[in-house]
Design a protein around this ligand. Structure first.
Ligand SMILES: C[S@@+](CC[C@H](N)C(=O)[O-])C[C@H]1O[C@@H](n2cnc3c(N)ncnc32)[C@H](O)[C@@H]1O
Length: 608
C-alpha cells in the first residue's frame, strides 16, 4: 500500500493566507465551517503548546475540504486502492481517466497506484485548484454530458466518482463514459433507496462540488446497473465490500445512500467483484392490480435472510428506540465484549469493524509478556486487543485524559476482566503541566484534543494534567516498552517530543501512529513532521496492507494520510522473523540525531 495524498492539503508557509477565491461565497462558508469556530486562530497563528513548533500555514479550502467530504474521500480512496490493485494485473491497466475529478484527490490516488492519469472536471475553478494541488497530473475542463468529451480517447480505466447523480442526462453521460473506457469503468453514485429501476429529479444547490445546472437525476442502484448494460458494457459487477462509511450502508436511521459498480466488455475474475445481472421486468406503475402488502411470513423471511449479527442489531435497535441509553453488547472479532452506545466508533463496530488492517498488524506483532502503551485509549478498543494478546505476563498502560471516555474504558476493562491494564488519567505531551482538553459533544467523541478539533460538532472544555512520557516511564522505573499505539488528535508530535529519552533507549518500541493533516491543522503543523521526527531518530516507515502486513514507504513524501507504523532500524532483523511481511535489508550503520550509531537506514527496508 502506498501512502495517499488524497487528504487535506496543507502547507506550512511564512504567512497566513486563507484563499477563498476559487470557491466564492459558498466556499467562504466552507472555510469557516472547515476551520471551525475559534480554530482560525489556531490555524493562522500556530501557538506553542508543549510542542515548541511555531509556524503559520496557508490553505486553499474548497467544499471538498470539509470534514464530511474528507471522511468520504478517505474511505473511498481506500476502496479505489483495493480494487485497482486487484484489477491492474487482471486487466493490464496502464492509464486512467478521472471523470468529474473535482480538485483531483482521486486522480492523485490513481497516479500513486502507478497509472498514468488524466482528470477532467466541468468547473474550471476545480481544474485550476487540482493543477495547484497535484502538479504532476494532467487536468483539463470537460463536460461529461457533451459528446466532445469522447475526443479525449480511450483509457484503460475510467473512474467516475460522485458525478453521475449531478447530471441532467445520466444515460447520455454513461454512453460517453462507455466510449472513453478501454478496459473497465469504476463508477460511484448516490442512489435512491429501493430495488426498482428508477430515477428521481432533484433541485441541486449551486456549489463547486455539485451539478453544473440546478437540477439533477438521482438513479437507484438497479438503474445504474441497467444503464451500464444498455450503454453496451457486457459485464457489470458490484463490489463485494463497499467503503467503510455510513453512506455505503444501511444504518438504524437511513437506507444505503451510495453504491459502486464496475463495468467491462470482458469478464473479470477478481475477488472484490461479483457479477450482477441486468435488472428486467420492473413493476408496471399503471397496473390495475394494487401493490401486494408484504405478508408477515415474507417479513419474517426477510428478517431471517439477514446475517446473524444484523438480525441481532435490528432487534437491539428496536429495543433502543424505547430505551435509548441502553448499551448494545457486541462481541468483537478478538472475542472481547464491547458495550456499544451512540458514538461514531460504536457505529463502525456494529456495522463493519474498525481499522481492521491496524488490528491485524497488532495481532501479528504482539506476543505474550510484552508491554504496550495505548496513548489516547478512548473507550479501549486497542487496549482490549493488546490486553488479550500480551496475556497475564504482559502489561498494557492506557492513557486517557477525558473522564467521560475513561468511564467507558474502565467499564470495558471490567466487563472483560482485564487484570493486566493500568489506566493513566493524564494527557501526554512535551511539557508537564495542565491544559484544556476539548471534548466533542456529539458522535465524534474520538476527536477530543488539546486543541479545538477540526470538526462540526460542539465541544466543551475540561482541565487535565499533561505529563511527559519520559517522566511517566521514570516513575515506572523504565520498563521495556515493546509497542506503542498513539492517536492523540494532532498531539502526536508533542507526545514524541516528551518521549525523547525513550526514543533514544536501548530496546526501542514499534509505534503505530496516526499521521493526518486534518488532525494536525489545529496544532499548526503538517502531519509529515511526525514522520520526519521519527525518521531522524532512526525509525523506518511502513504502510499497512489489508492483511496487516507492512509495506515500506518513504519518509520524504509531501503528505501522509492514515495510520502508519514506525519501526526502529536496528531491530529490523528481529522484526523480519515475526511474520510482519518484511524481508531482510542490507545492514549498514548510521548516526541518529543524537549521534548514536544504529544499524541501518529506513530506505533499505523492504516491504512484503
Ligand atoms: C461531488 S464532486 C466529485 C469529485 C470527486 N470525483 C469525488 O468523488 O470526490 C462532482 C464534480 O463533478 C463536477 N461536474 C458536475 N457536472 C459535471 C459535468 N457535466 N461534467 C464534468 N464534471 C462535472 C463538479 O464540478 C464537481 O467537481
Amino acid at each position: 500500500m502506498s501512502p495517499v495524498n488524497d487528504g487535506f492539503s496543507v502547507e506550512i508557509q511564512d504567512k497566513v493566507k486563507v484563499d477563498c477565491e476559487a470557491c466564492g461565497d459558498a466556499g467562504r462558508d466552507v472555510v469557516e465551517e472547515s476551520v471551525g469556530a475559534g480554530s482560525a486562530d489556531s490555524v493562522g497563528r500556530a501557538e506553542t503548546l508543549a510542542g515548541g513548533f511555531e509556524s503559520t500555514i496557508s490553505l486553499t479550502l474548497t467544499a471538498f475540504d470539509t470534514r464530511h467530504y474528507q471522511d468520504l474521500i478517505r474511505t473511498r480512496a481506500a476502496t479505489i486502492r483495493r480494487v485497482v490493485r486487484a484489477l491492474k494485473p487482471a486487466l493490464g491497466l496502464h492509464n486512467a481517466l478521472d471523470a468529474g475529478c473535482g480538485v483531483g484527490f482521486f486522480s492523485q490516488t490513481l497516479t500513486e497506484l502507478g497509472l498514468e492519469t488524466r482528470g477532467f472536471d466541468g468547473r474550471l475553478e476545480n481544474v485550476v485548484e487540482a493543477r495547484k494541488r497535484f502538479p504532476k497530473v494532467a487536468f483539463e475542463s470537460g463536460d461529461i454530458e457533451s459528446a466532445e468529451i469522447t475526443a479525449l480517447g480511450a483509457f484503460d480505466l475510467v473512474l467516475c466518482f460522485g458525478l453521475l447523480y449531478h447530471l441532467e442526462s445520466p444515460m447520455r453521460a454513461i454512453r460517453h463514459l462507455r466510449a472513453l473506457t478501454g478496459k473497465g469503468l469504476v463508477i460511484e453514485s448516490m442512489c435512491v433507496p429501493g430495488d426498482e429501476v428508477r430515477m428521481m429529479l432533484r433541485d441541486e444547490p449551486f456549489q463547486n462540488d455539485q451539478s453544473l445546472t440546478d437540477m439533477a437525476f438521482y438513479p437507484s442502484e438497479s438503474c445504474v446497473v441497467k444503464m451500464l448494460y444498455r450503454a453496451g458494457f457486457h459485464h457489470v459487477y458490484r463490489l463485494t465490500r463497499l467503503p467503510e462509511h455510513d453512506d455505503f450502508r444501511a444504518t438504524s436511521d437511513h437506507e444505503r445512500r451510495r453504491t459502486i459498480s464496475f463495468a467491462s466488455d470482458r469478464p473479470v475474475a477478481v475477488a472484490c467483484l461479483e457479477r450482477v445481472a441486468e435488472p428486467r421486468g420492473g413493476r408496471d406503475p399503471w397496473t390495475k392490480l394494487g401493490p401486494e402488502p408484504e405478508t408477515l411470513v415474507a417479513r419474517v423471511r426477510r428478517f431471517l435472510s439477514k446475517p446473524g449479527r444484523m438480525r441481532y442489531v435490528a432487534l437491539a435497535n428496536r429495543v433502543r428506540r424505547v430505551v435509548p441509553s441502553m448499551p448494545l453488547p457486541l462481541r468483537l472479532p478478538f472475542r472481547a465484549w464491547w458495550l456499544a452506545e451512540h458514538s461514531a466508533l460504536d457505529r463502525e463496530l456494529i456495522h463493519d469493524g474498525f481499522e481492521t488492517a491496524e488490528a491485524e498488524f497488532v495481532a501479528r506483532f504482539l506476543r505474550p509478556g510484552m508491554t504496550v502503551l495505548d496513548v489516547g485509549a478512548h473507550h479501549g478498543l486497542y487496549t482490549l486487543l493488546a490486553s488479550r494478546l500480551v496475556g497475564r505476563n504482559g502489561r498494557v498502560i492506557a492513557f486517557e485524559p477525558s473522564p467521560r471516555e475513561r468511564r467507558r474504558l474502565e467499564r470495558h476493562l471490567w466487563v472483560n476482566r482485564c487484570g493486566n491494564v493500568d489506566v493513566q488519567s493524564c494527557a501526554l505531551g512535551e511539557c508537564a503541566g495542565e491544559a484544556n482538553l476539548y471534548l466533542v459533544e456529539g458522535m465524534h467523541d474520538w476527536c477530543n484534543s488539546l486543541r479545538v478539533p477540526h470538526i462540526e460538532e460542539r465541544t466543551s472544555k475540561v482541565r487535565v494534567e499533561v505529563r511527559r512520557l519520559d517522566d511517566v516511564l521514570e516513575g515506572f522505573n523504565w520498563p521495556r516498552i515493546d509497542f506503542i499505539k498513539v492517536d492523540v488528535e494532532g498531539g502526536e508530535l508533542s507526545f514524541l517530543h516528551g518521549a525523547r529519552r525513550m526514543l533514544g533507549g536501548e530496546v526501542r518500541p514499534a509505534i503505530l501512529v496516526e499521521v493526518q493533516d486534518i488532525r494536525t491543522v489545529p496544532w499548526g503543523y503538517s502531519a509529515r513532521e511526525i514522520v520526519r521526527c521519527l525518521a531522524n531518530e532512526g525509525y523506518g516507515w511502513f504502510a499497512l496492507a489489508d492483511d496487516g502486513s507492512l509495506e515500506s514507504i518513504s519518509s520524504e513524501l509531501s503528505s501522509y494520510d492514515g495510520n502508519f507504523v514506525a519501526l526502529p532500524c536496528e531491530r529490523f532483523g528481529e522484526f523480519c522473523e515475526m511474520g510482519l511481511g518484511l524481508s531482510k535489508p542490507p545492514v549498514e550503520t548510521f548516526q541518529d540525531s543524537r549521534g548514536t550509531v544504529r544499524a541501518c537506514r529506513e530506505n533499505e527496508f523492504v516491504g512484503g
